[in-house]
Design a binder for this molecule. Sequence first.
Ligand code: ATP
Length: 325
Amino acid sequence: MNELANNPKPPILHFEQVSKWYGGVIGVNHVSLELNKGITGLVGANGAGKSTLLRLATGQLRPNLGKVQIQGIDAWNWQAKQKVGYCPDNDNFYEEMSGREFVLTMARLCGFSAPLAKSRTEEVLAQVGMAERADRKLRGYSKGMRQRVKLAQALLNDPQLLVLDEPLSGIDPIGRKEMLDVFRSLAEEGKCLLISSHELEELEKLTDHVAIMARGRIAAVGTLTQIRELIDDQPLSVRIDAPNIRQLAAALLQLPEVVGLDLEPKILKSAQSQSLIVFVRHPKRFFEEFGNRVLENNWQVSRLEALDDSAHAVLGYLLGGSGKT
Ligand SMILES: Nc1ncnc2c1ncn2[C@@H]1O[C@H](COP(=O)(O)OP(=O)(O)OP(=O)(O)O)[C@@H](O)[C@H]1O
């Protein structure tokens, strides 16, 4: 019997039914995810649970339920931590240090001997394109340079998994392009990169593989095309408030995307504004068509709101917004 066939290589990062609470607040909720080499973008609005998921992946947090593993080892275990490099979103440096001193200090803290720490520091600084600029004090660094130095320290152990929390935020377009090139070359080396952002567009240039988070859950994972198809097929409830709701309801029923309607008795207010719940099949097409009809017919609409939170957040991105709703 071929043992390898029965025991395929475990994924680089594996979340199995993971939940994490902060007291009564849910950080991540029943998340299952498997990642291997290549770049995965983790996208979600503020508070969606991205940082919590990343801290679980790096073994800084322990799940309340489920398991997180790095190549088959519990992420909390020190052996797993050696396989992971982490770039946090904050950059609270000791500003009087140079970039080189900072990375060297981190290398010593990682347990490298003095000569090894020195040579490893030079290697990782070169890898992120900072070797020439690393003697300046951190306090004078641009945002992009600070991100590179953080990335350099994350590479010290030559990790299989790199976890990067908002590494592109605040970086100018040139710095951003350079960072994207560094990420691509790391992925080409066979590393697994998990990169969070609250802007899908930011990651679209880098990878086609994204996981979308909303309210602690993974709302969708796959290529952008797969996600678009998934969302397009997912029915959505939309609340519309308007003064003349019956006339609007009749017009909406003519749209092929509308599969049902419901007047919402509980929130019926004054005669001036009434509420209607519309069940739609292809949300993106519906919103486009609805927008056109509003303009053409001068419909008075006082409110338009998607009622499914996860789909709403995803739609926000797919329709080109930030999803911060
Ligand atoms: N240390 C903490 N104590 C209590 N609640 C927390 C803590 N950290 C996160 N949360 C809550 O957990 C949820 C997920 O937060 P998290 O920081 O993981 O989201 P995020 O997607 O990274 O957001 P952001 O982009 O704003 O950092 C939020 O409701 C947040 O308020």
